[in-house]
Design a protein around this ligand. Structure first.
Ligand SMILES: *Cc1c(COP(=O)(O)O)cnc(C)c1O
Length: 363
């Protein structure tokens, strides 16, 4: 049967009318550097380990999985360190689901969610999905934020939830812990620090996990999608006060983490050192991208993540297309005169840089 109805004909929620879904292109190009994945495959030995555990889980798959994903929470607590207890850990199908749980519990209709733009494009979408209102704060021209300014903006907006992304997507900018502390003091509501890219930050950079003790409204979210090369498995997690975790239990679907997901993630975490072995190599490629972009006359922004946002692009759409035509997919994040590229393997990075150089220098 053909498609007889359009979205406009359906009794859609008024607050969803006119919105567009998340839609980074999924084009089958040889070099895909557009969604900040880890482009290194999971090492063979770990794949085989994971398969063994998934096979074991399959033999029990007639039963619902452990609703509390006990083993996985223990594994995350062990991986994160900082003397975290499993009662302080939550997980979901990607940190997007974890963020959605937070917004379902603490935002929703009549409430507001605040973040410093430009920031992760999913924040406004997740906010609207729960019926809440997204409020965008501002950054300096170089995308940094001072503690003073951040606290003043949060105090003025008085949001129910603040989403702080560090290092920030799509800019790569880190946020000082002094900013997190100041925002927490200024906020009445929940403060979430999204550390999706923390593993790519300098090794001595402190995580907001060090601020958790005594701050029951604070949560630190992480993901296995980036450093762990596990984007396709969909596993994100967070650390917070045990009472915060209890709030998330009110909104999650029963058995939201499948037995196969739990088994795969727990097995992968057992080999965390092998899974993360490529992080240094990716950081090296990121810094090579920045240096080469600068030599070509573009203006890369300092990045603590696995991608680089660069300015000095006269016509982003045209450059994006020219790279696409050369088999290289990067991202137009909608910032005027800017594009974003993820650091790939050495070969992929070379392919991007060679394609860019063949197109010419920045004007
Ligand atoms: C990629 C990314 C995530 C991770 O999303 P998943 O749902 O875990 O794949 C979360 N936050 C930011 C800022 C990201 O860029």
């Amino acid at each position: 049967m053909g498609r007889v109805t359009s979205l406009d004909d359906l009794p859609l929620r008024d607050d969803l009318r006119g919105l567009t879904p998340y839609g980074a292109p999924q084009a089958p190009l040889p070099v895909a550097l557009n969604v900040n994945e880890n482009t290194h495959p999971v090492p063979e030995a770990v794949v085989s380990d994971i398969l063994d555990d998934v096979a074991l889980a399959l033999s029990d798959v007639n039963r619902y999985p452990d609703r509390e994903f006990t083993g996985l929470r223990e594994a995350f607590a062990g991986y994160l360190g900082h003397e975290l207890a499993p009662e302080q850990i939550w997980a979901g199908n990607g940190s997007n689901e974890v963020l959605q749980h937070i917004l379902q519990a603490f935002a929703g209709p009549g409430r507001t969610v605040f973040g410093f733009g430009p920031t992760y494009s999913m924040y406004p979408l997740l906010t609207r999905g729960t019926g809440a209102t997204w409020v965008a704060g501002t950054r300096e021209d170089d995308y940094t934020i001072t503690a003073e300014d951040a606290a003043a903006q949060v105090a003025a907006a008085d949001p129910d939830v603040v989403l702080l992304c560090t290092p920030n997507n799509p800019t790569g900018t880190p946020l000082g812990l002094d900013v997190v502390e100041a925002v927490y003091e200024a906020a009445r509501g929940i403060v979430v620090v999204d550390e999706a890219y923390q593993e790519f930050a300098p090794k001595d950079a402190a995580s907001a996990l060090t601020l958790l003790a005594g701050r029951p409204r604070l949560a630190i979210s992480r993901t296995m999608s980036k450093a762990f090369a596990f984007a396709g498995a969909r596993v994100g997690y967070l650390a917070a006060d045990p009472a915060f975790i209890d709030a998330l239990r009110l909104v999650r679907l029963p058995y939201h983490l499948s037995a196969l997901t739990q088994a795969a993630a727990t097995a992968a975490l057992r080999s965390a050192d092998v899974m993360l072995a490529m992080v240094d190599e990716i950081v090296e490629q990121r810094d090579r991208i920045s240096a080469t972009l600068e030599a070509l006359g573009y203006t890369p922004h300092p990045s603590w993540s696995n991608f680089v946002l660069f300015g000095g692009v006269e016509k982003p759409q045209e450059l994006w297309q020219a790279l696409y035509d050369r088999g290289v997919l990067i991202r137009d994040v909608g910032i005027p005169n800017h594009l974003r590229v993820s650091a790939g393997t050495e070969a992929e990075t070379t392919a991007f840089l060679d394609a860019l150089a063949s197109i010419g220098s920045a004007s």
